[in-house]
Design a protein around this ligand. Structure first.
Ligand code: HEM
Length: 428
C-alpha cells in the first residue's frame, strides 16, 4: 500500500526539529491571548482576537508542525527528493515566523500595512515551500493513497494561501469583494483541503505502523482525499451565488467524508494488535472523536436553528476543529516522531558500537500522559468557555500551560539527543 521507509534520504535532524519546537510557542500565545481578552473573544467568529487566535493556531502551531513533518516525511516515507532541505528550512522557517506574527498583529490592529506585509511574506515562504515539496511529491516514483493525499494537500495549501493573501489585500485596501464567501472558501480549503487531507494521508502511513493496526481499506484511503477535493471545488463555486440549501448540502457532503475517515480510524484502532494504550493512541483517538462531534454538532445546528443561528455556533465548531482535531492529532504525532528521529539519528551516529537510549528514555510515557490530561482539561474548558464566558480566562491559561508542557517535553527529548550525541562524539 505504501513505499518502504528510506532513512538514507532523511534530512539533518535540525531541519524538522526547528519547526516542531516552534509550533507549541504559538499555542502558548493563543492561550495567553484568550487569557488577556476574556469571554468576549469567543462571542463570534468575527471578533478580531478570535481571528488572531485562529491564525496563531493555523499558521503558527499547525503550519509549523506540518511543514516540519513534510520535510521529513516526503523523503523518508514518500520517496520524494527534496532539494537542499537545510537551505529550504533556513529560508521558510524564519519567514513563516515573521509572517504569522504580522498577520496576528494585523488582525488585532487592522493596520493595512501589516496585512500587506503578512500576505507578501506568506506568499514568498509558502511559494518556496510548495515549489520544493510539491516537486518532490509530484516526481516521486512511489504510488498509493498517501501520495495522492500529499499531492492534494499541496494543492490545498496553495489555494488556501492564495485566498488568504487575497483576503488580506482586500481588507487592507477596503475592496468591495465578496469577503464573506471568500473567507468561507479559504477556511474550507485550509481546514479540509490542506489540514484534513494531510492528516489523512499521513495517518494511512503512521496509524498502521505506530499503532499496529490493519491497513486502511484502499477504497477509503483513496476516496477521502479525492472526494474532499471534489467537495471543495463545489464549495468554491458558491462564488457564483448558490441558494443556501445547496451550500448546506455541499457542507454536509464534506462532513460525511470527514466522518467516514474518523470512524474508520477508530475502527482500526479497536482492531490493533498491540493492546497497550499509549499517549499517542489516546491523542489520536481524541482527535477522531472530536471530528465526529463536529459532524454531530453541525447536524444539530442545522436541525435546531435556534442553536445554529447563535453567533457562538461557528466558534464551537472552530474550537473543536482547531484544538480538538488538529492540535490534538499533531501533539500525538510529535510524541512518536520526535523520539523516533532522535533514536534514528543517534543510531546512525553511534553505528554498531554505542546503543542509543530507548524511546521511553528519550521521552517517558508518564510525562506524555500527564500532558495529555492537561490537554484534555484545556480542551474541555475551551469548549465550555464558548457558552460560559466566565470560563474563558481559565481556559486560556489552561491551554497556554498545556502547550508550555508540550514544549517542555519536546525540549527534554532534544536534550537527551544532544547529550547522547556529545557522548558519542567524545568517545570517537
Ligand atoms: C495555511 C493555513 C490557513 C488556514 C487553515 C486558515 C484558516 C482560516 C479560517 C478557518 C478562517 C475563518 C476564521 C473565522 O471564521 O473566524 C480564516 C480567515 C482569514 N484568513 Fe486564514 N488560514 C490560513 C492561512 C492564511 C494566510 C496565509 C492568510 C494571509 C496571508 C490568511 C488570511 C485570512 C484572513 C484575512 C481571514 C479573515 C477575513 C475576514 O475577516 O473576512 N489566512 N482563515
Amino acid at each position: 500500500m505504501h513505499p518502504n521507509l528510506s532513512f538514507e534520504q532523511a534530512p539533518p535532524i535540525s531541519v524538522p526539529f526547528r519547526f516542531f519546537l516552534t509550533a507549541p510557542l504559538f499555542g502558548i500565545a493563543a492561550g495567553l491571548l484568550l487569557l488577556w481578552q476574556g469571554g468576549e473573544m469567543l462571542s463570534s467568529r468575527w471578533m478580531p482576537a478570535a481571528l488572531a487566535a485562529t491564525h496563531l493556531l493555523v499558521v503558527g502551531f499547525m503550519l509549523q508542525a506540518m511543514c516540519g513533518a513534510l520535510l521529513q516525511f516526503v523523503p523518508v516515507a514518500a520517496g520524494g527528493n527534496i532539494w537542499r532541505p537545510r537551505l529550504v528550512a533556513g529560508i521558510v522557517h524564519p519567514l513563516l515566523l515573521v509572517a504569522a506574527g504580522l498577520l496576528v498583529a494585523a488582525f488585532l490592529s487592522y493596520r493595512p500595512a501589516l496585512f500587506l506585509g503578512a500576505a507578501h511574506l506568506f506568499v514568498a515562504a509558502l511559494g518556496v515551500f510548495c515549489i520544493v515539496v510539491g516537486a518532490a511529491v509530484w516526481r516521486t516514483p512511489a504510488q498509493g493513497p498517501t501520495i495522492v493525499a500529499l499531492r492534494i494537500a499541496m494543492i490545498g495549501l496553495l489555494v488556501t494561501v492564495a485566498l488568504g493573501a487575497t483576503l488580506a489585500t482586500g481588507l487592507a485596501s477596503g475592496a468591495q469583494w465578496p469577503l464573506l464567501a471568500l473567507t468561507d472558501i479559504h477556511a474550507g480549503w485550509g481546514l479540509g483541503g490542506w489540514g484534513l487531507v494531510l492528516l489523512a494521508g499521513v495517518s494511512y502511513f503512521v496509524v498502521p505502523m505506530f499503532q499496529l493496526t490493519p491497513a486502511y481499506p484502499a477504497w477509503l484511503a483513496r476516496g477521502v482525499p479525492l472526494l474532499l477535493m471534489l467537495v471543495l471545488i463545489l464549495w468554491t463555486l458558491q462564488l457564483l451565488g448558490f441558494p443556501a440549501e445547496i451550500r448546506m448540502a455541499i457542507l454536509f457532503a464534506g462532513l460525511a467524508v470527514a466522518g467516514a475517515f474518523a470512524v474508520q480510524t477508530l475502527r482500526l484502532q479497536f482492531r490493533r494488535r498491540r493492546k497497550v494504550k499509549d499517549a499517542t493512541l489516546l491523542f489520536f483517538r481524541t482527535a477522531m472523536v472530536c471530528l465526529l462531534v463536529i459532524v454531530a454538532s453541525a447536524l444539530l445546528f442545522a436541525a435546531v436553528p435556534q442553536f445554529g443561528q447563535d453567533a457562538r455556533a461557528p466558534v464551537w465548531l472552530g474550537v473543536l476543529a482547531l484544538v480538538g482535531v488538529f492540535v490534538t492529532a499533531i501533539n500525538g504525532m510529535l510524541y512518536k516522531i520526535v523520539p523516533f528521529l532522535n533514536w534514528l539519528h543517534l543510531q546512525r551516529l553511534g553505528g554498531m558500537t554505542v546503543l542509543p537510549p530507548t524511546m521511553n528514555q528519550m521521552l517517558a510515557e508518564r510525562r506524555m500522559r500527564q500532558q495529555l490530561y492537561a490537554h484534555l482539561a484545556a480542551l474541555v474548558l475551551l469548549l465550555a468557555a464558548v457558552w460560559f464566558p466566565l470560563l474563558a480566562r481559565p481556559a486560556g491559561l489552561a491551554f497556554a500551560l498545556d502547550c508550555l508542557w508540550l514544549a517542555a517535553n519536546l525540549v527534554t527529548a532534544v536534550r537527551v539527543y544532544r547529550d547522547f550525541r556529545d557522548r558519542i562524539r567524545a568517545a570517537a
